[in-house]
Design a protein around this ligand. Structure first.
Ligand SMILES: NC(=O)c1ccc[n+]([C@@H]2O[C@H](COP(=O)([O-])OP(=O)(O)OC[C@H]3O[C@@H](n4cnc5c(N)ncnc54)[C@H](OP(=O)(O)O)[C@@H]3O)[C@@H](O)[C@H]2O)c1
Length: 277
């Protein structure tokens, strides 16, 4: 957020003037904050929006969340060590919001995981669990937080470039991300009059724990385009501030999207099958 921000009524930074009128805590809620893209969002949001009262960081790994809390010293941090595949975790978040009644200026849904390989070689439980985190939990967290978003609030969703095209070798993951992109775009249309924006972050491969956590060996093609989470997040926050619905860092995904426009889908999927399977 290096560019100068123009402060307007309902702007994302929760300017002091607006806060004093409402007298309620202004918070950012960030899922997937224990590593990778989510952790980077927490760092950059803490630095870029000093007038936020609290940053709520959510993931399963408590030690990693504590480390992040220590790093964000000077900022009030609320640690939510929850497994989003469990209904009780979603209910706990809902209850906490009912009790605290904050204004959520920024919601970042970055909790996610990936499993790759041909569908027939995958364990259905792993695939279902992946959809639970990437789709079901993201939808639930968004809906639970919605009543606490106000004019000027931002929703930022970690989607993926794989949302744009079916991906042999990553079929369930990519299909799940297409769901999220479709959900985001419809939600953005629904929230337009309320001046709440939804930004879908759709990078290519990003250098995080994501691949190791999913037991994924990174394809050499993807290695070429591996992006730094710092840059992906910096662009995402800039795009969210600019009210953009899509945030795409790097050149790999624009190439894929151009190829999709130029080539018949069957041919493109045949090429991808050769590259990724
Ligand atoms: N890395 C990439 O190449 C890439 C590219 C495009 C999009 N994305 C998307 O970006 C998002 C973040 O990925 P990342 O690269 O930052 O991966 P990451 O470093 O593995 O981080 C994933 C985060 O999700 C949390 N998480 C996973 N399962 C959870 C659960 N059941 N309950 C609560 N939290 C859970 C993890 O925390 P705990 O383990 O502590 O629970 C961790 O904080 C994902 O949605 C991913 O699909 C990633």
């Amino acid at each position: 957020m290096t560019k100068k921000t123009k402060h307007t009524s309902g702007c994302i930074c929760a300017c002091k003037k607006e806060k004093s009128i409402k007298n309620i805590p202004y918070v950012a809620v960030i899922t997937g904050a224990s590593s990778g893209i989510g952790r980077e969002f927490a760092r950059q949001i803490a630095a870029a929006y000093p007038s936020l009262d609290e940053i709520w960081i959510l993931a399963r790994r408590l030690p990693a969340l504590r480390e992040l809390e220590a790093e964000l010293s000077g900022k009030k941090v609320r640690i939510l060590s929850l497994d989003l595949t469990e209904a009780s975790a979603l209910e706990a978040l809902e209850e906490l919001l009912k009790k605290e009644r904050p204004c959520i200026r920024i919601l970042v849904n970055s909790a996610g995981c990936g499993k790759s390989g041909p569908v027939e070689s995958q364990n259905w439980r792993d695939a279902a669990r992946m959809l639970d985190v990437n789709c079901r939990a993201l939808t639930a967290v968004t809906m639970i937080c919605l009543p606490y978003l106000r004019r000027g609030s931002r929703i930022i969703q970690a989607v993926s470039g794989s949302a744009f095209l079916p991906q042999p070798g990553f079929a369930v993951y990519a299909a799940g991300k297409s769901y999220v992109l479709s959900f985001d775009q419809a939600l953005a249309a629904e929230l337009r009059d309320k001046k709440i924006t939804v930004t879908s972050v759709c990078p290519g491969p990003v250098d995080t724990e994501f691949f190791a956590a999913g037991g994924i060996t990174l394809n050499p093609w993807k290695k070429i385009f591996l992006a730094k989470p710092e840059k992906v997040v910096k662009k995402a926050l800039f795009d969210a501030e600019a009210k953009k619905e899509l945030s795409i860092y790097g050149c790999s995904i624009p190439i894929v999207r151009l190829a999709e426009k130029l080539l018949p889908r069957k041919l493109l999927l045949g090429i991808m099958r050769r590259i990724f399977l």
